[in-house]
Design a protein around this ligand. Structure first.
Ligand code: PHE
Length: 452
C-alpha cells in the first residue's frame, strides 16, 4: 500500500502543511494564558530554550523516521526495528491524540461560539467587566458549550469523511497569512493602548526567581504541544515529504514561524491585560476576555473581531484535522475500519468523553467541583497529554536514535544522500539528540516529581 505513496507537490507545500498542524489554539489561546499564569518573561525564556534544545531535535528525529520509512508511526517503528516494542511509541501517540482532543474540541467550541456572538454584535463597545462576565457565561452554559463542541466535532469529522481535507488545506494556505496580518493589527492596537508598556515588560522581563518546577515542566510540555511533537503527527507528515526536502531547514523554519505567531499573540494579549487592569493569571479565559476589548473602541472593530474569530476557528479546525487523523488512520490501517465510519466513531468517542472536560470548567458545577489532586477533568486531560505523554513520546524517539542509528546513517538521510551541505547543523543535532535532549528531558521530569 505504501509503495506508491503520494508526496507533497513542493517544498512550500511541505512547509505550509507542517505549519498548519503546528499553528492552532496553542499559539493564540494556550501560549498567552500559560505565560500569564506562570509569571511572564522567565517562563518564556525556558519555553524558548525547550523549543531549541528539545523541540527541534525531536522534530528532526520525527522527520527522519517518517521520510525514511514513508509509513505511519506504528508501521515506521516496526520497519526500523522489526519485532520490538518500539512500535508502541506509535500506539501511545494515538492515546495522546485522544486526550488532547477531549479538551481541544471544548476550546474550539468556545472559539466557534465567540465567532457566532461576534457576528451578532454581542461585543460592540464592551467593557472589561462585561468581557469577563461574557466568558464566564459562555463556559457555564451548560448546554451551549456542549452544543458548540458537538458542532466542532461534526465539522471536523465531516471534512475527514467526505475527503475534502485537501481542499481545506489548500484554503488554509491563503488564510494563515491573513491570520498573521490580523494578529499584527491586534498588536498595533494593543501596543498603542495607555499603559501598554507594562504588558511588554511582563512578557519580556526575565526574573528567574519567579520560576517554579511546575513552570519548567509546563514550558516543556507547551513546546511539545505547540510543535505537535511526541505523538507521531510530524512523523506522519514527513512520510509525505519530497525526497529532496531539506529536513533541517524545514524544521527550523516551522519552529521559528510558529514561535513568532505565539509571540505576536502575546504582544496582543498582555498590553491589553495591563491596560484594562485584567489579571494576567486569569487562566484559560484570557484570550476570550482580551480580544473583544482590543477591538472594542476602534473603527470597524466588530468586523475585525469577526475576522479574528473566523480565522481562529479555521486554525483550530485544521490543527484538529491533524489530530483526528491519527486515530482515524490507526483504526482504518490496523483494523480495516472504513474511514467514514472511523471518523464518525472518533467524533462520538471524543464527544462523549470531551463533555466531561467542557462541563468541568465551571468550578461551581457538579463536574467542576469534582477534582483529583487539585485538577478537574479538563486540567487532567491537558496535563497528562502535554506534560507527560508527549514528552515521554519525544524521549522515546531520541532514545531510539541513540540506540539504532549511526552517525553515518543520519548524515546520509539528512544530507539527502550527500546532496546537501550540512555544516554545523548536523553537529548540533547529533549532540543534542544524543546528550542534551535526553538529559534535559530527564532532569525536568525528575525535578517535576520532586527528586531534584
Ligand atoms: N500544535 C497544535 C496547536 O498549537 C496542537 C496539536 C498538538 C496538533 C499535537 C497536533 C498534534 O494548537
Amino acid at each position: 500500500m505504501n509503495g506508491q505513496r503520494e508526496t507533497f507537490s513542493s517544498g512550500l507545500a511541505v512547509f505550509f502543511a507542517t505549519l498548519g498542524s503546528a499553528v492552532g489554539l496553542g499559539n493564540i489561546w494556550k501560549f498567552p494564558y500559560l505565560v500569564g499564569e506562570y509569571g511572564g518573561g522567565a517562563f518564556l525564556a525556558v519555553y524558548l530554550l525547550c523549543v531549541a534544545f528539545i523541540g527541534l531535535p525531536v522534530m528532526w528525529t520525527e522527520f527522519y523516521v517518517g521520510r525514511k520509512t514513508r509509513k505511519n508511526p506504528v508501521g515506521a517503528m516496526s520497519m526500523l526495528s522489526p519485532g520490538t516494542p518500539w512500535k508502541h511509541v506509535g500506539t501511545m501517540g494515538v492515546a495522546s491524540a485522544y486526550l488532547i482532543m477531549f479538551f481541544y474540541s471544548c476550546v474550539a467550541g468556545w472559539v466557534y461560539y465567540y465567532l457566532f456572538k461576534a457576528i451578532q454584535g454581542d461585543f460592540v463597545g464592551i467593557t472589561m467587566e462585561a468581557a469577563k462576565a461574557e466568558f464566564g457565561a459562555v463556559v457555564v452554559g451548560p448546554l451551549s458549550p456542549v452544543l458548540w463542541q458537538f458542532i466542532v466535532l461534526v465539522v471536523v469529522s465531516s471534512i475527514i469523511a467526505f475527503g475534502v481535507q485537501k481542499g481545506i488545506e489548500r484554503m488554509t494556505k491563503t488564510l494563515m497569512p491573513l491570520l498573521f496580518v490580523l494578529i499584527l493589527i491586534c498588536d498595533f492596537r494593543a501596543l498603542t493602548l495607555p499603559g501598554a508598556g507594562a504588558g511588554v515588560d511582563f512578557l519580556f522581563q526575565v526574573d528567574f526567581s519567579k520560576l517554579s518546577g511546575a513552570a519548567i515542566l509546563t514550558a516543556m510540555g507547551l513546546a511539545f504541544f505547540k510543535l505537535s511533537l511526541g505523538m507521531g503527527t510530524m512523523t506522519t507528515y514527513a512520510s509525505y515529504f519530497t525526497a529532496d526536502n531539506n529536513l533541517f531547514r524545514t524544521g527550523a523554519k516551522v519552529a521559528v514561524s510558529d514561535t513568532m505567531v505565539s509571540l505576536l499573540a502575546g504582544l496582543a494579549v498582555f498590553p491589553t491585560v495591563f491596560s484594562f487592569g485584567l489579571e494576567p493569571g486569569a487562566g484559560p479565559g484570557l484570550l476570550f476576555m482580551t480580544i473583544p476589548l482590543v477591538f472594542s473602541q476602534i473603527p470597524f472593530g466588530n468586523l475585525l473581531l469577526v475576522a479574528f474569530f473566523f480565522l481562529a476557528s479555521i486554525a483550530a479546525t485544521t490543527a484538529m484535522l491533524s489530530l483526528v487523523e491519527v486515530p482515524t488512520a490507526w483504526m482504518s490501517e490496523e483494523y480495516g475500519v472504513d474511514r467514514k465510519k472511523a471518523a464518525a466513531l472518533n467524533a462520538l468517542i471524543i464527544f462523549c468523553i470531551g463533555i466531561l472536560a467542557t462541563l468541568s470548567v465551571d468550578k461551581a458545577s457538579f463536574l467542576g467541583s469534582y477534582t483529583w489532586l487539585g485538577r478537574g477533568f479538563f486540567d487532567w486531560f491537558d496535563y497528562l497529554s502535554s506534560n507527560v505523554m508527549l514528552p515521554v513520546g519525544g524521549l522515546c524517539f531520541v532514545i531510539f536514535v541513540r540506540r539504532h542509528l549511526s552517525w553515518e546513517e543520519l548524515r546520509r538521510e539528512f544530507s539527502n544522500g550527500g546532496a546537501l551541505p550540512l555544516g554545523g547543523m548536523f553537529t548540533f543535532y547529533w549532540f543534542s539528540v544524543r546528550y542534551v535532549t535526553p538529559v534535559l528531558l530527564g532532569l525536568i521530569f525528575l525535578h517535576s516529581v520532586g527528586v531534584l
